[in-house]
Design a protein around this ligand. Structure first.
Ligand code: ZN
Length: 261
């Protein structure tokens, strides 16, 4: 079975910043997708903020098994309708991976329900990433620790709900630590947050970073059929109760002859 991945890129820095364009001549999302396409059993395509409906139409989401999201400068430009559509796709069973500054992306905040705030510093300092869950599928093939020579610092406290599992923690040269690989389950959807990937450093060219993302795709993929409508909230009328019951008390939503609404 081939896992269909869509890599969503905000695609702003690559167009406006020469440093970013030189590090990522094929864009960040293009680089991530290219690495995934070298993996067995994964087919990755890209979508961007500038596409109609940000490339996140209902049809596109229905054909996406795992969605990867990178955003930073234009979180506010993502429409509420698309944010809700993405959240509903996750609740239905689409896997989702949020990278780096996507901690402030609207779909991430929608799925977490918390401020998702953290501390940060842009000083090109060393990041040392430690595996905290050696048997976790997302850590498969990853050494006990590895280093990124230049990265932006993200520090605790990270304002997210307690995760299902913590797969990685990071240490930074300036002394801070951060939970840099976290999993959650939202409805039928598996969600992973992975911290590294500041746009002015070549992080997504790093083979171990690429391996973590590929592992996360396989972990997040839920092969079971998608729920048709995860927000469905049906009324169960008295006449259809499994055991006979007698109506009593005031009924706010009773419509008389018309039944219940
Ligand atoms: Zn950054």
């Amino acid at each position: 079975m081939t896992i269909r991945v869509t890599v969503w890129g905000e695609n702003v820095h690559e167009q406006k910043n020469r440093v970013v364009a030189e590090i990522y001549p094929k864009t960040m999302h293009g680089t991530i997708a290219e690495a995934l396409n070298r993996q067995d059993g994964i087919t990755a395509t890209t979508a961007t903020l500038q596409d109609p409906e940000h490339g996140m139409t209902a049809e596109r989401l229905a054909e996406t098994d795992v969605l990867i999201w990178w955003g930073h400068a234009a979180h506010g430009d993502v429409s509420d309708a698309v944010t809700e559509r993405v959240a509903e796709a996750v609740w239905s069973g689409m896997g989702m991976i949020f990278l780096h500054s996507a901690h402030f992306a609207k779909p991430f905040k929608r799925l977490m329900g918390t401020p998702c705030n953290l501390s940060w510093r842009e000083a090109g300092e060393r990041e040392r990433i430690w595996v905290t869950s050696r048997q976790h599928p997302i850590a498969r093939g990853i050494p006990d620790h590895f280093e990124l020579e230049n990265e932006e610092m993200y520090g605790e406290p990270f304002g997210v709900p307690e995760p299902m599992e913590t797969v990685f923690v990071s240490w930074f040269q300036g002394g801070e630590v951060f939970r840099s690989g976290l999993t959650w389950r939202r409805g039928a959807g598996n969600v992973f947050y992975f911290r590294p990937g500041h746009e002015t450093y070549p992080t997504y060219h790093q083979p171990l970073v690429q391996q973590v993302i590929a592992n996360a795709v396989r972990w997040a993929h839920n092969p079971e059929a998608r729920l048709v409508d995860p927000t469905d909230a049906p009324n169960r009328p008295v006449a259809q109760a499994l055991e006979p019951i007698v109506e009593r008390g005031p009924r706010l939503h009773h419509d008389g002859e018309a039944g219940y609404r």
